[in-house]
Each structure stands twice: as structure tokens, then as C-alpha cells.
Design a protein around this ligand. Structure first.
Ligand code: MEV
Length: 327
């Protein structure tokens, strides 16, 4: 039995625009997906999702195909995570050159599809555990690259390297095109609000792509997000949290213009701002899920926990370590 865990993430700046090679800044957070693997002798893959919930709010997804020849669908929750595991195990097979099979168990306290990088964390942890079970420990860069290929395949070509790199390495990262690197971990007081829902990353990314092809304003908006990110990076270096917050607000407005916010995300963003947060924006693909607010006081978290439509509010600590090798 081999176990690895990998953290989720928030975008301080730059989601969606990062797909078009604009820069983005992300922070890994101490919410983790843990994947345990045990090799099978029959070459099959069996996936068991133990707990894909956030503090008791179970997020369920549609059933995956149960007729694929090499997959036995387990008796438990069959979730979208299965597809990521399936594709991650293909990466493991690619490393070893064997048609090896596994029993895979996932436990996660990162809600799926909610903007906190659940699929990237599952992919990173599954590839790491699978390859280690076969005696190979991948360097962080190769692990991130193989996890990226997993997301790329499942999301049908609609993925940047950002989420998977951040989950594999931990800390704060800067991504621009294929250039992914750790950046100084900003000491930012992060509060998260979760509406209990999820967005479809592939669909949301496609929506932005179509808008960008049809309208100049959308192409300009993507570039404007890049501009916000570059200013945000300077504000982070200067430790100017007020400016970081302002720029997060601008970033949210630009994402709304691209059509990826939602009523519940906007409601949580405004609840956090009204409570005195320095800034607030959606994080990840949008459509539903989570917002990230900047607040050194307890006010935004408290206000969010009383906001209709916000199921859960919590403070997130930076995860300094990416993948953790547990056994
Ligand atoms: C999703 O967490 C972030 C997006 O920018 C897509 C991607 O970068 O792969 C929307």
C-alpha cells in the first residue's frame, strides 16, 4: 500500500487568462487530496472515493461509465474524480511501461470542481503514489508535467499548467505559459467562501474561448487580466495588501465580464467586501464554487458564514509543501 497527498490551491490572480499565456499567481492551501494505491494482479483499475466532501457537505457527481473493459466501478460514490484517476494511472503505466492495475482509494477535503484545484491534487497524488508503488519516485517537475497531461486529457485540451504545478510543488507559484516557478510565499490572510456548488472547468474555459474569438472586448479583457496580475505581483513584493486587495477586486470584475462568475459567487464576494475584506474574487474556473477574500481580521469569515448561499467559510493556510509521501 502506498499513499501520497497533494494540496489544493487558490488563484490570487490570473485564472482563465493563464490559458492564453498571461501570467498567474497561485497559492497552495492546506486542504488535501489523499490517494492510496495497492497493486492488483489482474491489471484492472478499481477506484473507491472515500470522502469527497468539505466538512460534511458531500459533493456528488454523475456516474462514470461502468462498461469500460479494464475498470470495475466500486460500490461507493462514483465521481468525476474517477476520470482523473483513470487518466493519472495511464501516466503511471507510461512511466513503467506496464499494463499494471491498482485498487485506488481517494479521500479529499477539497470540494470537487469548486475552484480549489481538487482534480489537480487528485492527479498529482495518484501519479505519485502509483509510480512509487512501482519503485519510481518522480522529481517534482516531472510529476507536475504528468499531472498536467492528465488534466489536459480529461478536460479535452482545456488546461494550463498552473493548478498541477502548484499542487506538486506547494507554496506560492507564478505561471506564464510553460514557465512555472515558485515565487516568494506572500503572507496573505486568505479566507474562502464555498457555495456548495461546482463549475464545469472544460465548459467554462470553452465559453471564454468562444467569447474571445467573437468579441474584441473579450480578448482585451484577457489582456487586462494579465495587466492586473503584473501589478498584483508588484504589490505582493511591496507587501502592500491594500493594493493586492484592490487588484483582486479588479480581477473579479474582469472575470465577471468574461461570464464566469455567478450570482452566489458575486453575493459572497460582496459579503466579504462589505465586512471589510481588502479584496475578494472568485477562484478557479468559476460558475459556482469558491471565492477567495483577503482579510487579516475575522470579519469576512464571520460575515460569509452568515451569508445566504454560502455553505462554508474558512481561513486557509498556505501549504508550504506540495506532494507529501505518506507511506
Ligand atoms: C482552473 O482552476 C483554472 C483555469 O484557468 C483553467 C486552467 O488554467 O487550466 C480556468
Amino acid at each position: 500500500m502506498t499513499r501520497s497527498s497533494a494540496p489544493g490551491k487558490v488563484y490570487l490572480f490570473g485564472e482563465h487568462a493563464v490559458v492564453y499565456d498571461e501570467p498567474a499567481v497561485l497559492c497552495a492551501i492546506e486542504r488535501r487530496a489523499q490517494v492510496e494505491v495497492e497493486q492488483r494482479s489482474d491489471g484492472k483499475l478499481r477506484v473507491h472515493a472515500e470522502d469527497l466532501s468539505l466538512d460534511g457537505f458531500t459533493v456528488e457527481y454523475g456516474a462514470a461509465a461502468d462498461d469500460r473493459p479494464d475498470v470495475d466501478v466500486s460500490e461507493s460514490l462514483v465521481t468525476a474524480a474517477t476520470q482523473y484517476v483513470d487518466s493519472a494511472i495511464e501516466q503511471v503505466r507510461d512511466v513503467t511501461g506496464d499494463e499494471v492495475g491498482f485498487d485506488v482509494t481517494i479521500e479529499s477535503d477539497i470540494p470537487l470542481g469548486a475552484g480549489l484545484g481538487s482534480s489537480a491534487a487528485v492527479a498529482v497524488a495518484a501519479i505519485d503514489a502509483g509510480t512509487r508503488a512501482l519503485g519510481t519516485t518522480l522529481e517534482s517537475d516531472e510529476l507536475a508535467d504528468r499531472a498536467y497531461r492528465t488534466e489536459y486529457e480529461v478536460q479535452e485540451g482545456q488546461a494550463s499548467r498552473a493548478d498541477t504545478f502548484c499542487s506538486a510543488t506547494g507554496g506560492a507559484v507564478r505561471v506564464e505559459g510553460d514557465d512555472c516557478r515558485p515565487t516568494e510565499s506572500p503572507d496573505v490572510p486568505i479566507v474562502i467562501g464555498f457555495d456548495g456548488g461546482a463549475g464545469d472547468t472544460g465548459e467554462l474555459v470553452s465559453g471564454v474561448r468562444s467569447l474571445r474569438e467573437e468579441y474584441d472586448f473579450a480578448a482585451d479583457t484577457v489582456e487586462a487580466i494579465g495587466d492586473v496580475v503584473r501589478n498584483g505581483e508588484e504589490a505582493l513584493v511591496d507587501d502592500d495588501l491594500e493594493e493586492v486587495g484592490d487588484l483582486m477586486n479588479f480581477n473579479h470584475g474582469l472575470l465577471s465580464a468574461l461570464g464566469v462568475s455567478s450570482r452566489s459567487l458575486d453575493t459572497m464576494v460582496w459579503a466579504a467586501r462589505d465586512a471589510g475584506a481588502l479584496g475578494a474574487k472568485l477562484t478557479g474556473a468559476g460558475g459556482g464554487g469558491c471565492i477567495v477574500a483577503l482579510d487579516p481580521t475575522p470579519e469576512a469569515e464571520t460575515a460569509l458564514s452568515f451569508t445566504p448561499g454560502c455553505q462554508e467559510a474558512f481561513r486557509a493556510e498556505l501549504a508550504e509543501t506540495g506532494v507529501k509521501r505518506l507511506e
